[in-house]
Design a protein around this ligand. Structure first.
Ligand code: PAF
Length: 268
């Protein structure tokens, strides 16, 4: 597997190839590898990137604590069959004097945007830069970060970036917990609590309980704080109205200092 370090080498390497691109911040798990496998299915070569993007973390968030597992990540990518990985240094991405930020109004200001106001500007900025550096044919993102997927689709459309953005269904463990690098922070007792998130969202998605009951159920299950637990229009993320054709239930909740998010399509 080729390790590409610079923007120039990336553009030389990807030239004349039909490329899929998988953005990651490292700490790779099966969810990331599923994106790479899908990328390999739909393009000649798949290039994941690993870049722990400081701009999407607020000062009080877990940038320092974020798991850094580069050697294991490279091994996993190699085994999965990725032909190359883009591994730029921070000064390649944010050189001295870097002063541009990409903001996607509307869709990035609700839900995650309300509780993590810096987050989507950081994500939109890095993803725009990376897409322009690689100019892939296809870019793959997990549906686990559903709002992020919509924000990226919107920025690609608004900025006419010539890439097809593809969402890939969430990978779950045997207990239904959505795979996330942050699951590594959970001890056994917290893990048992975390497994309720998917079950409660599943009950909401099937119409067995409503979103208010879902919020209560999360607290009863042991979550310490619920940022949101809500059913939204799956395209706009606004509260559903008469034009809504698909709905999605989304939630974010804390166990101790670990914040978990998940979402499911509503089946009715
Ligand atoms: O989902 C993530 O891991 C990150 O937000 C992304 C898309 C790689 C941007 O840093």
């Amino acid at each position: 597997m080729k390790i590409v370090k610079s923007i120039k080498d990336l553009s030389v390497y990807r030239k004349n190839k039909f490329v899929s691109f998988v953005p990651t911040m490292g700490a790779l798990h099966e969810g990331h590898l599923a994106l790479v496998r899908e990328g390999l299915n739909c393009a000649d070569i798949c290039i994941p990137y690993i870049f722990l993007n400081p701009k999407q973390f607020a000062p009080h968030e877990d940038l320092e604590a974020y798991p850094k597992t580069l050697e294991a990540d490279l091994e996993k990518l190699e085994k999965t069959g990725a032909q190359a990985v883009y591994l730029p240094d921070a000064d390649e991405i944010y050189p001295d004097g870097f002063s541009t930020s990409v903001k996607v109004s509307g869709i990035s200001e609700m839900l995650e945007g309300e509780f993590r106001p810096h987050f989507f500007d950081g994500v939109a900025t890095i993803v725009t830069k990376m897409l322009l550096q690689c100019l892939p044919d296809i870019a793959l993102f997990g549906e686990k970060d559903y709002q992020q997927l919509l924000v990226i689709k919107k920025l690609v459309s608004d900025l006419n970036i010539p890439v097809d953005v593809k969402g890939v269904p969430t990978m779950r463990d045997e207990n239904g917990l959505a795979l996330s690098s942050r699951n590594a922070y959970l001890n056994e007792e917290q893990y048992q609590i975390a497994c309720h998130l998917n079950r409660i969202l599943s009950d909401i998605s099937k119409g067995k309980i409503n979103e208010n009951r879902g919020r209560e159920a999360l607290l009863e299950a042991g979550f310490d704080k619920v940022d949101y637990c809500t059913v939204r229009d799956a395209q706009t993320l606004l509260p559903p109205d008469e034009n809504t054709t698909e709905r999605r239930v989304l939630a974010a909740a804390f166990i101790g200092t670990t914040r978990l998010i998940d979402n499911l399509a509503m089946s009715q």
